[in-house]
Ligand binder design. Structure first.
Ligand SMILES: C[S@@+](CC[C@H](N)C(=O)[O-])C[C@H]1O[C@@H](n2cnc3c(N)ncnc32)[C@H](O)[C@@H]1O
Length: 227
């Protein structure tokens, strides 16, 4: 049985333009990880999602418009990159980028990331990204935040020992919340040794749309090692 999750985000924003709609209808099936396949299988080796043998598998959760995902895939053609995002307008933007730049190493999961995280075999993911997750500022909504003990256990299960979890946010309350949860999790170690390690975006960390918007303040760039 596939565990059900309640997704609190938006699946669609403004109406898709005819080009974007065509991208979803024609291109998404080419790059999408099938819901049926996932429903019928578990303990899946993520290498099987790709039609080449990737050197490593990376996972991005909530890729938005896919700016970071597309750049990482382009810069690392021997890596297989899985992107999770239920927001159809963002997916259509990424699909256009994949076709324009002829990117071969991206697969898309268009549902809640936790579903696929539960299905992938343990110790198979070499890097995870959670960039500007929704902050859910009201206390009564904190349980909707993506980082929870349960999702940290999922990351820990999927990630290879020594691999990296990268998280960005421009919301200082959310940053404190996430740091507290991760600090208390036995499988993660914060890699920062000095302030600039979290204040300055590393060179191999492309900016996202929300990173540029900086709606709540200056972003922090948090890197954790799976131990
Ligand atoms: C604030 S946006 C940030 C988008 C992008 N990462 C950026 O930095 O521009 C958060 C994104 O996370 C996605 N999201 C929220 N919960 C999710 C979940 N459980 N699984 C996958 N994506 C999720 C939302 O649909 C939304 O697009």
């Amino acid at each position: 049985m596939q565990k059900e999750y309640r997704f609190y985000g938006r699946r669609q924003g403004r109406k898709l333009s005819p080009n974007k709609k065509t991208a979803i209808d024609n291109l998404l099936p080419k790059y999408e990880i099938s819901n049926n396949f996932l429903a019928q299988n578990s303990n899946i080796d993520p290498v099987d999602f790709f039609d080449f043998t990737p050197k490593e598998i990376w996972l991005e959760i909530g890729f938005g418009g896919g700016e970071h995902l597309a750049k990482q895939a382009l810069n690392n053609p021997d890596i297989g990159v899985i992107g999770c995002e239920p927001f159809i307008n963002g997916i259509s933007r990424l699909l256009t980028e994949i076709e324009d730049k002829n990117i071969k190493n991206i697969r898309i999961w268009s549902e809640d990331a936790r579903i696929i995280m539960n299905k992938i075999k343990a110790n198979t993911i070499s890097r995870c990204f959670l960039l500007h997750p929704d902050p859910w500022p009201k206390k009564k909504h904190h349980k909707r935040r993506f980082i929870q003990e349960e999702t940290l256990d999922m990351f820990a299960n999927l990630m290879i020992k020594g691999s990296e979890l990268r998280i960005a946010t421009d919301d200082s309350n959310l940053a404190d919340w996430m740091l507290d949860k991760i600090w208390h999790h036995k499988n993660f170690k914060w890699l920062a040794k000095k302030a600039n390690d979290w204040k300055i975006r590393p060179k191999d960390w492309p900016e996202t749309r929300y990173g540029q918007k900086q709606l709540a303040g200056k972003p922090v760039y948090l890197r954790f090692k799976k131990i």
